[in-house]
Design a protein around this ligand. Structure first.
Ligand code: F6P
Length: 357
C-alpha cells in the first residue's frame, strides 16, 4: 500500500482545495493508498516532528467550494537559505528531506507556482523525493501549461470589479483605474480587461506611453463619453523601461503605488477626475470558479495516476484541451508572460482598446 504526501506552497489561490479533494478521492478511493496532507508546505516538513494530517475519504465535505488551502501555505524563505528567528540564515534542506522520509512517504504531490516548483525539485533531487508537480498561481505564468489553478477565479473577480466600476464611472464622468495583480505577467489584466470592457489595458509586457493613454481618454471625451475604465497590471513599465512600482515617490510597496501614479498623470494631463481601486488579495480569495474546480479535479486525478505509473519529476499541464505531463524542468525554465503577438493582444487591439503603445 502506497503512502503519498501532498502540500500547497507559495501564495494561495482559489481551487487548491479542489485539487486536494481530487487527490484524496483518487488515491484513497481508487488505489486504496494513504494520503498525508503536509501543513504549511516545506515548513511542515522541517518541523520536528513534521506537521501533517491524514486524509479520510468521508471527511472531504465542502472542499470543492472552499477558497484558500486547508493545509496552509507559506512563501516565506528559501529553505536553502532559510531566515532563522535569531537573524541568521541556514540551509534547512536536509531537515525537509528528513521530514519527508520520516513520514514513510513513497511520493509527494507539490502544488506550487514556478518558484515553489523549482525549490521542490531541487529538494527532490537532493533527497530522493518522488515528486509530481501541479501548477497553481493567479498570475498564470508557469511555463509549459496554458493555464494554472487560480487564474480563472482571479480573472472572474477582476472582471466583476470592472463591471462594478463601469456604472459608478459613468455616473460621475470619472476615469476609474483598476490595479490588479499578476507579478511580472499581464495575463489577469489582459483577460479581465477585455472581458470587462476596459478602454485602456496596461501590462508589463507592453511598455506604455502616458500620452497614448491620455489620447484615448481625450478621444472618448470628444465623442461625449466622459468616463473611462483603465486596467493596470501591478508591474507595468513606462516607455523608458522604468518599472513604475519601483518609483521612489510611491514607496517600495509593490501594490497600490502604480495605479495612483498613473491616475495622477492622467488627471494632470487631461483634467479628468480620477479614482483608483487596488483589488489586491481579493483576487486570491473566495469560492473557486467552476473552471478552477474542474481544472483542480482534473489535475489532482492526473497527478495520482502519474504516481501510479512511477512517473516522477513531472508536472501535470493543460495543453490543447487535454491534460498531459511535462518535465518540471521544462515548466520552470520558461516564465510565461503575455506574448505581444498572442490572440488576446490582437483581440484587444481589434476592439480599439488602448494598450499604451
Ligand atoms: O504570485 C501571486 C501574487 O498574488 C502576485 O500576483 C502578487 O504580486 C503577489 O503574489 C503578492 O504576494 P503576497 O501575498 O506575499 O503579498
Amino acid at each position: 500500500k502506497k503512502r503519498i504526501g501532498i502540500l500547497t506552497s507559495g501564495g494561495d489561490c482559489a481551487g487548491l482545495n479542489a485539487v486536494i479533494r481530487a487527490v484524496v478521492h483518487h488515491a484513497v478511493g481508487t488505489y486504496n493508498w494513504d494520503v498525508i496532507g503536509i501543513r504549511e508546505a516545506t515548513q511542515g516538513l522541517m518541523s520536528d516532528p513534521p506537521r501533517f494530517i491524514q486524509f479520510e475519504l468521508d471527511k472531504l465535505d465542502n472542499l470543492l467550494l472552499m477558497g484558500g488551502t486547508i493545509l496552509g501555505t507559506t512563501n516565506k524563505g528559501d529553505p536553502f537559505a532559510f531566515p532563522m528567528n535569531d537573524g541568521t540564515v541556514r540551509d534547512r534542506s536536509s531537515d525537509i528531506i528528513n521530514g519527508y522520509h520520516s513520514l514513510g512517504l513513497d511520493a509527494l504531490i507539490g502544488i506550487g507556482g514556478d518558484g515553489s516548483l523549482a525549490i521542490l525539485r531541487r529538494l527532490a533531487q537532493q533527497g530522493g523525493i518522488n515528486l509530481v508537480g501541479i501548477p497553481k498561481t493567479i498570475d498564470n505564468d508557469v511555463g509549459a501549461t496554458e493555464v494554472s489553478i487560480g487564474f480563472d477565479t482571479a480573472t472572474n473577480i477582476a472582471t466583476e470589479a470592472l463591471d462594478r466600476l463601469h456604472f459608478t464611472a459613468a455616473s460621475h464622468n470619472r476615469v476609474m483605474i483598476l490595479e490588479v495583480m499578476g507579478r511580472d505577467a499581464g495575463h489577469i489584466a489582459l483577460a479581465a480587461g477585455i472581458a470587462g470592457g476596459a478602454d485602456v489595458i496596461l501590462i508589463p509586457e507592453i511598455p506604455y506611453k502616458i500620452e497614448k493613454v491620455c489620447q484615448k481618454i481625450r478621444a472618448r471625451q470628444e465623442k461625449g463619453k466622459h468616463f473611462c475604465l483603465v486596467m493596470v497590471s501591478e508591474a507595468v513599465r513606462t516607455e523608458v523601461g522604468e518599472q513604475v512600482s519601483k518609483l521612489k515617490q510611491f514607496g517600495e510597496d509593490r501594490l497600490g503605488g502604480i495605479g495612483k501614479y498613473i491616475a495622477e498623470q492622467i488627471g494632470a494631463k487631461t483634467g479628468a477626475e480620477t479614482r483608483v481601486t487596488v483589488l489586491g488579495h481579493i483576487q486570491r480569495g473566495g469560492i473557486p470558479s467552476p473552471m478552477d474546480r474542474l481544472l483542480g479535479s482534473a489535475f489532482g486525478v492526473a497527478a495520482v495516476d502519474l504516481i501510479a505509473q512511477g512517473k516522477f519529476d513531472q508536472m501535470v499541464a493543460w495543453q490543447n484541451r487535454q491534460i498531459l505531463s511535462v518535465p518540471i524542468a521544462e515548466a520552470i525554465q520558461t516564465y510565461r508572460t503575455v506574448d505581444p503577438e498572442e490572440t488576446l493582444v490582437k483581440t484587444a487591439r481589434g476592439l480599439g482598446i488602448c494598450l499604451g503603445d
